[in-house]
Ligand binder design. Structure first.
Ligand SMILES: *Cc1c(COP(=O)(O)O)cnc(C)c1O
Length: 481
Protein backbone atom coordinates (compact mmCIF):
# COMPACT_ATOMS: atom_id res chain seq x y z
CA UNK A 1 0.00 0.00 0.00
CA UNK A 2 1.10 3.51 -0.69
CA UNK A 3 0.74 4.85 2.85
CA UNK A 4 1.69 8.35 3.93
CA UNK A 5 1.84 8.68 7.72
CA UNK A 6 1.88 11.86 9.79
CA UNK A 7 4.98 12.22 12.01
CA UNK A 8 2.76 13.48 14.84
CA UNK A 9 0.64 10.33 14.63
CA UNK A 10 -2.59 11.96 13.44
CA UNK A 11 -4.76 9.85 11.18
CA UNK A 12 -6.48 12.16 8.78
CA UNK A 13 -7.24 11.53 5.13
CA UNK A 14 -4.80 13.26 2.81
CA UNK A 15 -6.02 14.46 -0.57
CA UNK A 16 -4.01 12.80 -3.34
CA UNK A 17 -4.87 15.41 -5.94
CA UNK A 18 -4.75 19.18 -6.27
CA UNK A 19 -7.64 21.43 -7.11
CA UNK A 20 -7.42 23.31 -10.43
CA UNK A 21 -11.02 24.25 -11.09
CA UNK A 22 -13.27 25.53 -8.34
CA UNK A 23 -16.92 26.39 -8.05
CA UNK A 24 -17.95 29.19 -5.71
CA UNK A 25 -20.12 28.24 -2.76
CA UNK A 26 -22.42 30.52 -0.85
CA UNK A 27 -23.81 29.94 2.62
CA UNK A 28 -27.08 31.81 3.01
CA UNK A 29 -28.07 32.90 6.57
CA UNK A 30 -30.14 30.60 8.77
CA UNK A 31 -33.24 32.85 8.49
CA UNK A 32 -33.10 32.44 4.72
CA UNK A 33 -32.51 28.69 4.98
CA UNK A 34 -35.72 28.48 6.97
CA UNK A 35 -37.60 30.29 4.20
CA UNK A 36 -36.10 28.06 1.51
CA UNK A 37 -36.92 24.78 3.26
CA UNK A 38 -40.51 25.95 3.69
CA UNK A 39 -40.69 26.89 0.00
CA UNK A 40 -39.33 23.43 -0.85
CA UNK A 41 -42.04 21.78 1.29
CA UNK A 42 -39.34 20.18 3.45
CA UNK A 43 -38.29 18.06 0.47
CA UNK A 44 -34.59 18.65 -0.19
CA UNK A 45 -34.89 17.57 -3.82
CA UNK A 46 -36.95 20.69 -4.39
CA UNK A 47 -34.23 23.11 -3.22
CA UNK A 48 -32.19 25.13 -5.68
CA UNK A 49 -28.48 24.40 -5.76
CA UNK A 50 -27.61 28.07 -5.17
CA UNK A 51 -29.19 27.85 -1.70
CA UNK A 52 -27.10 24.83 -0.68
CA UNK A 53 -23.66 25.08 0.91
CA UNK A 54 -22.58 21.41 1.01
CA UNK A 55 -24.53 19.19 -1.36
CA UNK A 56 -24.25 15.73 0.15
CA UNK A 57 -27.38 14.43 -1.56
CA UNK A 58 -25.69 11.85 -3.75
CA UNK A 59 -22.52 10.68 -5.42
CA UNK A 60 -24.40 10.30 -8.70
CA UNK A 61 -23.02 12.34 -11.59
CA UNK A 62 -21.28 14.80 -9.26
CA UNK A 63 -17.85 13.25 -8.74
CA UNK A 64 -14.91 15.46 -9.65
CA UNK A 65 -13.26 14.72 -12.97
CA UNK A 66 -9.51 14.55 -13.39
CA UNK A 67 -7.38 16.62 -15.74
CA UNK A 68 -6.90 13.51 -17.87
CA UNK A 69 -10.64 12.94 -18.11
CA UNK A 70 -11.21 16.54 -19.16
CA UNK A 71 -8.44 16.24 -21.75
CA UNK A 72 -9.90 13.03 -23.17
CA UNK A 73 -13.22 14.77 -23.78
CA UNK A 74 -11.54 17.10 -26.28
CA UNK A 75 -10.84 14.28 -28.68
CA UNK A 76 -14.31 12.73 -28.60
CA UNK A 77 -15.34 11.23 -31.92
CA UNK A 78 -18.92 12.27 -32.59
CA UNK A 79 -20.74 9.93 -34.92
CA UNK A 80 -24.00 8.06 -34.72
CA UNK A 81 -22.41 4.71 -35.53
CA UNK A 82 -18.88 3.44 -35.12
CA UNK A 83 -17.50 6.15 -32.83
CA UNK A 84 -13.82 5.68 -31.94
CA UNK A 85 -14.71 6.97 -28.46
CA UNK A 86 -16.97 3.98 -27.96
CA UNK A 87 -14.31 1.51 -29.07
CA UNK A 88 -11.87 3.05 -26.59
CA UNK A 89 -14.39 2.58 -23.77
CA UNK A 90 -15.25 -0.92 -24.94
CA UNK A 91 -11.59 -1.91 -24.87
CA UNK A 92 -11.11 -0.45 -21.39
CA UNK A 93 -14.13 -2.32 -20.07
CA UNK A 94 -12.98 -5.56 -21.72
CA UNK A 95 -9.50 -5.17 -20.19
CA UNK A 96 -10.82 -4.44 -16.72
CA UNK A 97 -13.68 -6.95 -16.45
CA UNK A 98 -12.45 -9.55 -18.92
CA UNK A 99 -15.85 -9.84 -20.60
CA UNK A 100 -16.26 -9.82 -24.36
CA UNK A 101 -19.32 -7.68 -24.84
CA UNK A 102 -20.05 -4.14 -23.69
CA UNK A 103 -23.51 -2.65 -24.28
CA UNK A 104 -23.77 1.09 -23.54
CA UNK A 105 -26.73 2.73 -21.79
CA UNK A 106 -27.45 6.26 -20.63
CA UNK A 107 -27.40 5.44 -16.91
CA UNK A 108 -27.68 2.58 -14.42
CA UNK A 109 -31.46 2.24 -14.36
CA UNK A 110 -31.50 1.94 -18.16
CA UNK A 111 -29.38 -1.22 -17.81
CA UNK A 112 -31.84 -2.48 -15.21
CA UNK A 113 -34.74 -1.74 -17.53
CA UNK A 114 -33.47 -3.77 -20.49
CA UNK A 115 -32.28 -6.65 -18.30
CA UNK A 116 -35.69 -6.84 -16.60
CA UNK A 117 -37.51 -6.56 -19.95
CA UNK A 118 -35.53 -9.49 -21.32
CA UNK A 119 -35.39 -11.78 -18.30
CA UNK A 120 -38.25 -11.10 -15.88
CA UNK A 121 -41.80 -12.37 -16.41
CA UNK A 122 -44.84 -12.30 -14.12
CA UNK A 123 -44.43 -14.61 -11.13
CA UNK A 124 -40.62 -14.52 -11.16
CA UNK A 125 -38.62 -13.80 -8.03
CA UNK A 126 -35.16 -12.25 -8.02
CA UNK A 127 -33.03 -12.90 -4.91
CA UNK A 128 -30.70 -10.04 -3.94
CA UNK A 129 -28.28 -9.35 -1.13
CA UNK A 130 -30.27 -6.12 -0.92
CA UNK A 131 -32.55 -4.38 -3.42
CA UNK A 132 -31.89 -0.92 -4.80
CA UNK A 133 -34.85 1.39 -5.52
CA UNK A 134 -34.62 1.36 -9.31
CA UNK A 135 -33.59 -2.32 -9.60
CA UNK A 136 -36.64 -3.35 -7.62
CA UNK A 137 -38.96 -0.97 -9.51
CA UNK A 138 -38.03 -2.45 -12.91
CA UNK A 139 -38.46 -6.04 -11.74
CA UNK A 140 -41.87 -5.21 -10.30
CA UNK A 141 -42.83 -3.36 -13.48
CA UNK A 142 -42.30 -6.65 -15.35
CA UNK A 143 -44.51 -8.53 -12.89
CA UNK A 144 -41.70 -9.98 -10.79
CA UNK A 145 -40.87 -9.76 -7.10
CA UNK A 146 -37.60 -9.37 -5.26
CA UNK A 147 -36.50 -11.23 -2.16
CA UNK A 148 -33.89 -9.76 0.12
CA UNK A 149 -31.40 -12.31 1.50
CA UNK A 150 -28.86 -10.25 3.41
CA UNK A 151 -26.89 -11.50 6.42
CA UNK A 152 -28.60 -10.33 9.63
CA UNK A 153 -25.65 -8.07 10.58
CA UNK A 154 -26.35 -6.03 7.44
CA UNK A 155 -29.43 -4.49 9.01
CA UNK A 156 -27.79 -3.67 12.33
CA UNK A 157 -26.74 -0.03 12.18
CA UNK A 158 -23.91 -0.56 14.63
CA UNK A 159 -21.72 -3.56 13.97
CA UNK A 160 -18.10 -4.49 13.51
CA UNK A 161 -18.82 -6.93 10.68
CA UNK A 162 -16.46 -5.91 7.85
CA UNK A 163 -18.77 -7.24 5.10
CA UNK A 164 -22.33 -6.28 5.97
CA UNK A 165 -23.29 -6.49 2.29
CA UNK A 166 -22.84 -10.29 2.24
CA UNK A 167 -25.53 -12.56 0.89
CA UNK A 168 -27.01 -14.92 3.47
CA UNK A 169 -25.80 -17.89 1.42
CA UNK A 170 -27.58 -20.47 3.61
CA UNK A 171 -30.86 -18.70 2.95
CA UNK A 172 -30.00 -18.38 -0.74
CA UNK A 173 -29.23 -22.12 -1.00
CA UNK A 174 -32.58 -22.97 0.55
CA UNK A 175 -34.42 -20.42 -1.55
CA UNK A 176 -32.93 -21.72 -4.79
CA UNK A 177 -33.68 -25.37 -3.85
CA UNK A 178 -37.33 -24.46 -3.37
CA UNK A 179 -37.92 -21.81 -6.03
CA UNK A 180 -35.29 -22.20 -8.73
CA UNK A 181 -37.86 -22.45 -11.53
CA UNK A 182 -39.09 -18.96 -10.74
CA UNK A 183 -35.64 -17.35 -10.50
CA UNK A 184 -34.47 -15.71 -13.76
CA UNK A 185 -31.25 -14.48 -12.14
CA UNK A 186 -29.63 -13.67 -8.83
CA UNK A 187 -28.58 -10.04 -8.34
CA UNK A 188 -25.64 -9.14 -6.15
CA UNK A 189 -25.03 -5.47 -5.43
CA UNK A 190 -21.51 -4.19 -4.81
CA UNK A 191 -21.11 -1.55 -2.10
CA UNK A 192 -24.71 -2.17 -1.07
CA UNK A 193 -26.32 1.25 -1.34
CA UNK A 194 -29.37 1.35 0.91
CA UNK A 195 -27.74 -0.23 3.96
CA UNK A 196 -24.95 2.33 4.06
CA UNK A 197 -22.55 1.47 1.22
CA UNK A 198 -21.55 -1.87 2.76
CA UNK A 199 -19.38 -4.38 0.82
CA UNK A 200 -19.48 -8.13 0.18
CA UNK A 201 -16.42 -10.32 0.74
CA UNK A 202 -14.75 -12.32 -1.98
CA UNK A 203 -15.51 -15.63 -0.23
CA UNK A 204 -19.18 -14.68 -0.03
CA UNK A 205 -19.29 -13.80 -3.73
CA UNK A 206 -17.69 -17.15 -4.59
CA UNK A 207 -20.28 -19.02 -2.51
CA UNK A 208 -23.09 -17.07 -4.17
CA UNK A 209 -21.68 -17.80 -7.62
CA UNK A 210 -21.28 -21.52 -6.81
CA UNK A 211 -24.94 -21.74 -5.80
CA UNK A 212 -25.97 -20.05 -9.05
CA UNK A 213 -23.83 -22.44 -11.09
CA UNK A 214 -25.25 -25.44 -9.26
CA UNK A 215 -28.75 -24.45 -10.35
CA UNK A 216 -27.70 -23.04 -13.71
CA UNK A 217 -28.95 -19.56 -12.80
CA UNK A 218 -27.34 -16.32 -13.99
CA UNK A 219 -25.43 -14.20 -11.50
CA UNK A 220 -25.74 -10.50 -12.29
CA UNK A 221 -23.67 -7.93 -10.41
CA UNK A 222 -24.78 -4.33 -10.01
CA UNK A 223 -21.35 -2.69 -10.01
CA UNK A 224 -22.51 0.92 -9.65
CA UNK A 225 -20.77 1.17 -6.27
CA UNK A 226 -18.04 -1.33 -7.12
CA UNK A 227 -15.31 1.25 -6.55
CA UNK A 228 -15.98 1.29 -2.80
CA UNK A 229 -16.43 -2.48 -2.57
CA UNK A 230 -13.10 -2.86 -4.37
CA UNK A 231 -11.38 -0.66 -1.80
CA UNK A 232 -12.81 -2.74 1.05
CA UNK A 233 -11.79 -6.01 -0.62
CA UNK A 234 -8.25 -4.64 -0.84
CA UNK A 235 -8.15 -3.31 2.73
CA UNK A 236 -10.38 -5.72 4.71
CA UNK A 237 -10.32 -9.06 2.89
CA UNK A 238 -7.33 -11.34 3.58
CA UNK A 239 -7.98 -13.17 0.34
CA UNK A 240 -7.48 -10.00 -1.68
CA UNK A 241 -4.98 -7.91 0.22
CA UNK A 242 -1.94 -9.02 -1.78
CA UNK A 243 -3.65 -8.56 -5.14
CA UNK A 244 -3.71 -5.36 -7.20
CA UNK A 245 -7.05 -3.61 -7.69
CA UNK A 246 -6.99 -4.81 -11.28
CA UNK A 247 -6.47 -8.43 -10.19
CA UNK A 248 -9.26 -8.20 -7.61
CA UNK A 249 -11.62 -6.71 -10.19
CA UNK A 250 -10.89 -9.52 -12.63
CA UNK A 251 -11.35 -12.16 -9.91
CA UNK A 252 -14.73 -10.65 -8.99
CA UNK A 253 -15.84 -10.41 -12.61
CA UNK A 254 -14.84 -14.03 -13.23
CA UNK A 255 -17.56 -15.05 -10.77
CA UNK A 256 -20.32 -13.17 -12.60
CA UNK A 257 -22.24 -13.76 -15.84
CA UNK A 258 -23.34 -10.17 -16.37
CA UNK A 259 -22.12 -6.92 -14.80
CA UNK A 260 -23.88 -3.60 -15.19
CA UNK A 261 -23.09 -0.21 -13.73
CA UNK A 262 -24.08 3.39 -13.46
CA UNK A 263 -21.11 5.43 -14.70
CA UNK A 264 -22.57 8.36 -12.80
CA UNK A 265 -20.82 6.61 -9.91
CA UNK A 266 -18.31 4.10 -11.29
CA UNK A 267 -16.12 5.98 -13.74
CA UNK A 268 -16.42 9.59 -12.46
CA UNK A 269 -18.66 10.71 -15.36
CA UNK A 270 -22.22 10.12 -16.61
CA UNK A 271 -23.53 7.04 -18.37
CA UNK A 272 -23.72 3.31 -17.86
CA UNK A 273 -23.41 -0.06 -19.48
CA UNK A 274 -23.67 -3.82 -19.39
CA UNK A 275 -20.72 -6.20 -19.66
CA UNK A 276 -21.36 -9.82 -20.57
CA UNK A 277 -19.80 -12.97 -21.92
CA UNK A 278 -20.79 -14.56 -25.21
CA UNK A 279 -24.25 -16.13 -24.80
CA UNK A 280 -27.63 -16.32 -26.47
CA UNK A 281 -28.65 -13.27 -24.40
CA UNK A 282 -26.25 -10.88 -26.14
CA UNK A 283 -28.25 -10.29 -29.30
CA UNK A 284 -31.68 -9.83 -27.70
CA UNK A 285 -30.16 -7.40 -25.19
CA UNK A 286 -28.48 -5.49 -28.01
CA UNK A 287 -31.86 -5.14 -29.69
CA UNK A 288 -33.37 -3.70 -26.50
CA UNK A 289 -30.47 -1.25 -26.22
CA UNK A 290 -31.06 -0.05 -29.77
CA UNK A 291 -34.78 0.28 -29.08
CA UNK A 292 -34.49 2.08 -25.73
CA UNK A 293 -31.10 3.76 -25.55
CA UNK A 294 -29.73 4.40 -29.02
CA UNK A 295 -27.26 2.76 -31.35
CA UNK A 296 -24.76 0.28 -29.92
CA UNK A 297 -21.84 2.71 -30.11
CA UNK A 298 -23.30 5.38 -27.83
CA UNK A 299 -26.38 4.01 -25.99
CA UNK A 300 -27.75 7.41 -25.01
CA UNK A 301 -24.42 8.79 -23.80
CA UNK A 302 -22.60 11.78 -25.20
CA UNK A 303 -19.27 10.77 -26.75
CA UNK A 304 -17.50 13.19 -24.42
CA UNK A 305 -18.83 11.34 -21.42
CA UNK A 306 -17.85 8.04 -23.06
CA UNK A 307 -14.23 9.23 -23.27
CA UNK A 308 -14.34 10.44 -19.66
CA UNK A 309 -15.72 7.12 -18.41
CA UNK A 310 -12.92 5.19 -20.14
CA UNK A 311 -10.30 7.28 -18.37
CA UNK A 312 -12.28 7.26 -15.10
CA UNK A 313 -12.45 3.46 -15.07
CA UNK A 314 -8.68 3.26 -15.54
CA UNK A 315 -8.19 5.72 -12.67
CA UNK A 316 -10.41 3.54 -10.48
CA UNK A 317 -7.72 0.86 -10.70
CA UNK A 318 -5.35 3.20 -8.80
CA UNK A 319 -5.61 2.78 -5.02
CA UNK A 320 -4.65 6.39 -4.31
CA UNK A 321 -7.76 7.40 -6.30
CA UNK A 322 -10.14 4.72 -5.07
CA UNK A 323 -9.20 5.25 -1.41
CA UNK A 324 -10.29 8.90 -1.36
CA UNK A 325 -14.02 8.39 -0.84
CA UNK A 326 -13.85 5.66 1.84
CA UNK A 327 -11.06 7.45 3.75
CA UNK A 328 -13.04 10.68 4.00
CA UNK A 329 -16.15 8.75 5.01
CA UNK A 330 -14.21 6.82 7.69
CA UNK A 331 -12.90 10.13 9.06
CA UNK A 332 -16.39 11.57 9.35
CA UNK A 333 -17.82 8.39 10.87
CA UNK A 334 -14.98 8.22 13.44
CA UNK A 335 -15.39 11.85 14.46
CA UNK A 336 -19.15 11.48 14.90
CA UNK A 337 -18.72 8.26 16.87
CA UNK A 338 -16.28 10.04 19.21
CA UNK A 339 -19.12 12.44 19.95
CA UNK A 340 -21.52 9.49 20.56
CA UNK A 341 -23.64 10.48 17.54
CA UNK A 342 -25.41 7.44 16.07
CA UNK A 343 -23.95 6.52 12.67
CA UNK A 344 -23.82 3.34 10.61
CA UNK A 345 -20.70 1.34 11.42
CA UNK A 346 -18.34 0.17 10.16
CA UNK A 347 -17.86 3.12 7.83
CA UNK A 348 -18.88 2.08 4.32
CA UNK A 349 -18.63 3.66 0.89
CA UNK A 350 -20.81 6.31 -0.69
CA UNK A 351 -21.29 8.46 2.37
CA UNK A 352 -21.66 8.82 6.10
CA UNK A 353 -25.04 7.57 7.29
CA UNK A 354 -26.75 8.98 10.38
CA UNK A 355 -29.07 6.57 12.19
CA UNK A 356 -32.27 8.60 12.55
CA UNK A 357 -34.02 5.99 14.72
CA UNK A 358 -31.46 6.74 17.44
CA UNK A 359 -30.83 10.40 16.54
CA UNK A 360 -34.51 11.38 16.83
CA UNK A 361 -36.10 8.40 18.65
CA UNK A 362 -39.09 10.58 19.61
CA UNK A 363 -40.28 10.77 15.96
CA UNK A 364 -42.36 7.73 14.90
CA UNK A 365 -41.54 6.15 11.54
CA UNK A 366 -44.91 7.25 10.15
CA UNK A 367 -43.66 10.84 10.62
CA UNK A 368 -40.52 10.21 8.54
CA UNK A 369 -37.70 10.72 11.06
CA UNK A 370 -34.90 10.57 8.46
CA UNK A 371 -36.64 13.15 6.26
CA UNK A 372 -37.21 15.39 9.30
CA UNK A 373 -33.53 15.06 10.18
CA UNK A 374 -32.60 15.97 6.59
CA UNK A 375 -34.68 19.17 6.74
CA UNK A 376 -33.21 19.99 10.17
CA UNK A 377 -29.63 19.62 8.95
CA UNK A 378 -30.34 21.95 6.06
CA UNK A 379 -31.55 24.56 8.53
CA UNK A 380 -28.55 23.95 10.79
CA UNK A 381 -25.87 24.15 8.12
CA UNK A 382 -27.11 24.52 4.56
CA UNK A 383 -26.17 20.86 4.11
CA UNK A 384 -28.30 18.65 1.86
CA UNK A 385 -28.41 14.94 2.65
CA UNK A 386 -30.75 12.24 1.35
CA UNK A 387 -33.48 10.48 3.29
CA UNK A 388 -33.15 6.71 3.21
CA UNK A 389 -36.13 5.41 5.12
CA UNK A 390 -39.91 5.13 5.20
CA UNK A 391 -40.46 8.22 3.04
CA UNK A 392 -38.48 6.49 0.28
CA UNK A 393 -40.79 3.46 0.41
CA UNK A 394 -44.23 3.36 -1.20
CA UNK A 395 -47.57 2.45 0.31
CA UNK A 396 -48.91 -1.11 0.06
CA UNK A 397 -52.00 -2.12 -1.92
CA UNK A 398 -54.24 -1.05 1.01
CA UNK A 399 -52.67 2.39 1.33
CA UNK A 400 -50.71 1.56 4.49
CA UNK A 401 -47.19 2.82 5.06
CA UNK A 402 -44.39 0.36 4.36
CA UNK A 403 -42.14 0.83 7.37
CA UNK A 404 -38.49 0.79 6.27
CA UNK A 405 -35.87 -1.57 7.77
CA UNK A 406 -33.70 1.42 8.58
CA UNK A 407 -34.14 5.17 8.87
CA UNK A 408 -30.95 6.73 7.58
CA UNK A 409 -29.86 10.20 6.64
CA UNK A 410 -27.17 9.69 4.06
CA UNK A 411 -24.52 12.37 3.77
CA UNK A 412 -22.94 11.38 0.47
CA UNK A 413 -19.31 12.08 -0.23
CA UNK A 414 -18.99 12.76 -3.96
CA UNK A 415 -15.51 11.58 -4.89
CA UNK A 416 -12.67 14.14 -4.82
CA UNK A 417 -15.12 17.03 -4.29
CA UNK A 418 -14.94 18.17 -0.65
CA UNK A 419 -11.97 19.32 1.39
CA UNK A 420 -11.34 18.17 4.93
CA UNK A 421 -12.34 21.53 6.45
CA UNK A 422 -15.71 21.27 4.73
CA UNK A 423 -16.15 17.82 6.25
CA UNK A 424 -15.17 19.27 9.64
CA UNK A 425 -17.88 21.90 9.14
CA UNK A 426 -20.45 19.16 8.41
CA UNK A 427 -19.34 17.27 11.54
CA UNK A 428 -19.71 20.45 13.59
CA UNK A 429 -23.24 21.18 12.35
CA UNK A 430 -24.33 17.57 12.90
CA UNK A 431 -22.94 17.85 16.42
CA UNK A 432 -24.90 21.05 17.09
CA UNK A 433 -28.02 19.39 15.75
CA UNK A 434 -27.49 16.36 17.97
CA UNK A 435 -27.27 18.63 21.03
CA UNK A 436 -30.59 20.13 19.93
CA UNK A 437 -32.26 16.98 18.64
CA UNK A 438 -35.25 17.32 20.98
CA UNK A 439 -36.35 20.36 18.97
CA UNK A 440 -36.73 18.32 15.77
CA UNK A 441 -40.31 17.25 15.00
CA UNK A 442 -42.12 15.11 12.46
CA UNK A 443 -43.43 15.63 8.93
CA UNK A 444 -46.51 14.63 6.99
CA UNK A 445 -47.44 14.72 3.31
CA UNK A 446 -49.45 17.59 1.96
CA UNK A 447 -49.14 16.23 -1.63
CA UNK A 448 -48.18 12.58 -2.04
CA UNK A 449 -47.28 11.19 -5.49
CA UNK A 450 -48.10 7.56 -6.26
CA UNK A 451 -44.71 6.68 -7.74
CA UNK A 452 -41.28 7.38 -6.18
CA UNK A 453 -42.95 9.80 -3.78
CA UNK A 454 -39.77 10.91 -2.03
CA UNK A 455 -38.53 12.72 -5.15
CA UNK A 456 -41.33 15.20 -5.77
CA UNK A 457 -43.65 14.81 -2.79
CA UNK A 458 -44.52 17.91 -0.76
CA UNK A 459 -44.42 17.75 3.03
CA UNK A 460 -45.32 19.95 5.94
CA UNK A 461 -44.27 20.05 9.57
CA UNK A 462 -46.47 18.80 12.40
CA UNK A 463 -45.58 21.84 14.55
CA UNK A 464 -43.46 25.00 14.33
CA UNK A 465 -40.31 23.03 15.12
CA UNK A 466 -38.37 24.40 12.14
CA UNK A 467 -38.85 28.00 13.34
CA UNK A 468 -37.77 27.00 16.87
CA UNK A 469 -34.70 25.23 15.52
CA UNK A 470 -33.65 28.24 13.45
CA UNK A 471 -34.15 30.59 16.46
CA UNK A 472 -32.03 28.34 18.66
CA UNK A 473 -29.29 28.29 16.05
CA UNK A 474 -29.23 32.10 15.92
CA UNK A 475 -28.97 32.25 19.72
CA UNK A 476 -26.20 29.63 19.92
CA UNK A 477 -24.13 30.98 17.03
CA UNK A 478 -25.08 34.69 16.93
CA UNK A 479 -22.18 35.78 14.73
CA UNK A 480 -22.32 32.93 12.28
CA UNK A 481 -24.30 32.26 9.14
C1 LIG B 1 -27.37 4.72 -8.56
C2 LIG B 1 -27.57 3.29 -8.62
C3 LIG B 1 -28.31 2.69 -9.64
C4 LIG B 1 -29.02 3.51 -10.71
O1 LIG B 1 -28.12 4.25 -11.46
P1 LIG B 1 -28.59 5.60 -12.19
O2 LIG B 1 -27.41 5.96 -13.03
O3 LIG B 1 -28.91 6.60 -11.14
O4 LIG B 1 -29.78 5.26 -13.00
C5 LIG B 1 -28.45 1.33 -9.64
N1 LIG B 1 -27.89 0.58 -8.67
C6 LIG B 1 -27.17 1.11 -7.68
C7 LIG B 1 -26.56 0.23 -6.65
C8 LIG B 1 -26.98 2.48 -7.60
O5 LIG B 1 -26.28 3.00 -6.59
Amino acid sequence: MENISFFDGRKIPLERHKVRIVQKLKLIPVEERLVRIKEASSNLYLLHNKDIFLDMLTDSGVNAMSDRQQASMMRADDSYAGSESFYRLEKTVQDIFGMEHFLPAHQGRACEKVIADLLVKPGDIVPMNYPFTTSKAHIKRCGGEVVQLLIPEGLQCQSDHPFKGNFDTKALAKFLEENKDRVPFVRVEAGTNLIGGQPFSFANLKETAALCRKHDILLIMDASLFQDNLYFLKTRDDECKDLSLREITRAVADQCDIIYFSARKLGFARGGGICMRESELVNPLKELIVLNEGFLTYGGMSVREIEAIAVGLEETMDLSVTSQGPEFIAYMVDELEKRSIPVVTPAGGLGCHLDALRFVPHIPQEQYPAAALAAALYIAGGIRGMERGTLGESRDAYGNETIADMELLRLAMPRRVFTLSQIDYAIDRVTWLYENRDLIGGLRFKREPKILRSFIGELTTLSDWQEKLAEKFSRDLPNSL
